[in-house]
Each structure stands twice: as C-alpha cells, then as structure tokens.
Write a new protein. Structure first.
Length: 122
C-alpha cells in the first residue's frame, strides 16, 4: 500500500526527465514540485489532525477545509507564476499539478478502504 500511496511522488520524479527531453520550462517543473510538496505536507498535517479527533463534525471540517484551502493555494500560486513567469511556465506547471492531483485523488480513493484508517462505528 505504501507504493500506491506514493504513486504521485514517483510520477513527479518521472516528470523531470520528460520535462528535460521535451524542452519544457524547468521553472514550470520547479513550481509544480513546490506546490505539490506543499499540497502533500498540508494534507498530511490535516489528516493527522482529523484522525486525532473523535468528533465527526470536526473531522469533516478539517478535511473539507484542508481540501478547499489547498485548492485555492494551488490555483492562486499557479496563476501568479503564470502571470509573472510566462504562459508556458504556468501551463506546464498547471498540467503537471492536474495530473498529480488526479493520480493522488484516485489512489487515495482506492487505498483508503483497505488502509484500515476508517473510523470505527460507535
């Protein structure tokens, strides 16, 4: 299960040679790298906080707020980089972030039921 949970990080590492060979801007890769590491670290912190509470309403609020906040953080950062560094940098970073999000979200949906992290019934 560890490999499945970290598939997005493997894909991020695999994207570097693709960026180099395809001649895509490395600033776009660096932007996506920083955004994605922030996304993962904030998400891990929020997951720990959510698992530490026994109140289901608070748990839902933490997870939902984290997801919405990280979405805004990603979008605004991509917008700022695209406007300041150029369309090609912003677009390459955005496409990589969308691919990483899709892989991460899908693997989280697949791995969560067998991960054993579901809250037990009262």
């Amino acid at each position: 299960m560890v490999a499945l949970r970290n598939l997005d990080l493997a894909l991020l590492a695999l994207a570097l040679p693709i960026f180099l060979v395809a001649g895509l801007p490395l600033l776009g890769y660096a932007t996506a790298l920083v955004i994605w590491l922030m996304w993962r670290s904030i998400g891990a912190y929020a997951d720990r906080k959510a698992q530490a509470t026994t109140d289901l309403g608070r748990m839902a609020a933490i997870v939902t707020g984290s997801m919405i906040g990280r979405g805004y953080l990603m979008g605004l950062t991509l917008l700022a980089v695209g406007l300041s560094a150029g369309d090609d940098v912003g677009l390459s970073a955005a496409v990589l972030c969308v691919v990483l999000f899709t892989v991460s979200f899908t693997t989280k949906l697949v791995a969560h039921p067998v991960d054993g992290t579901r809250p037990s019934a009262p």
